[in-house]
Design a protein around this ligand. Structure first.
Ligand code: FMN
Length: 203
């Protein structure tokens, strides 16, 4: 895996075509909370992050809509069991489709504790964390706070559909203590976690 001098990790290019129609993904998607103890490939992680917030247009537009194209979401991945990726917290950088290391070590147990001990969080191979920087949207829109929550929903649904299309499972988890997630993920003060999505191979 190519690692640049600035320590960022270039992700494999996302695939724009797959084996499952959007209708099949919509009909088959289910929340999955039990996972095999099996690794994900870096290409699968790449694809999931692209689905969450990847760039799909030369003008910077993304897989998920955004009020005023202000893009208030930040996506992290807590890697626990990924071939070719050292366990740790990484931030997804959509523009270059790469990861920036944030914190070393497997954070899944701490995230599970932060989510009232929900076992799905520690049993998935990774946890995708969708966070919002509210000021990016509230600076322009009085209803901006509501918009950021809506956008997290769009992004999470993309992850659900992409995971299912790849034969993986996920669940959108909203029950957690913000401060404990922020600490476990090494988030900035202005970022608020909105969703935790463990992803793994369904048991
Ligand atoms: C805002 C929101 C918060 C949720 N939080 C949790 C959660 O904390 N834990 C969990 O196991 N599932 C959580 N879920 C998943 C729901 O339980 C699940 O979507 C629901 O049971 C319907 O099942 P389905 O997703 O398989 O259609 C959440 C879903 C949403 C939309």
């Amino acid at each position: 895996m190519p690692v640049s001098s600035s320590n960022t990790i270039k992700l494999p290019a996302p695939v724009n075509d797959g084996n499952m129609s959007v209708e099949k993904a919509l009909a088959g998607r289910r929340s999955v909370r039990e996972f095999k103890d099996a690794p994900l490939d870096i290409a699968e992680v790449s694809q999931l992050l692209w689905a969450a917030q990847g760039i799909t247009d030369p003008d910077g537009f993304r897989t998920a809509p955004s009020a005023g194209a202000l893009y208030p979401l930040e996506v992290y991945v807590a890697a626990g069991n990924v071939k070719g990726l050292t366990p740790g917290i990484y931030k997804y950088k959509p523009v270059d489709h790469e990861l920036t290391p944030v914190k070393a070590g497997d954070a899944r147990a701490a995230l599970s504790d932060a989510a009232l001990g929900q076992s799905a969080i520690k049993d998935g191979a990774v946890v995708i964390i969708i966070a919002g920087v509210f000021e990016r949207t509230t600076v322009k829109y009085p209803a901006g706070e509501k918009y950021v929550h809506m956008e997290a929903g769009h992004s999470a649904q993309n992850v659900y559909l992409q995971a299912h299309a790849l034969g993986l499972g996920t669940v959108a988890v909203g029950a957690f203590y913000d401060d404990a997630v922020k600490k476990a993920a090494g988030m900035s003060e202005n970022e608020r976690p909105l969703y935790l999505m463990p992803v793994g191979r369904p048991a």
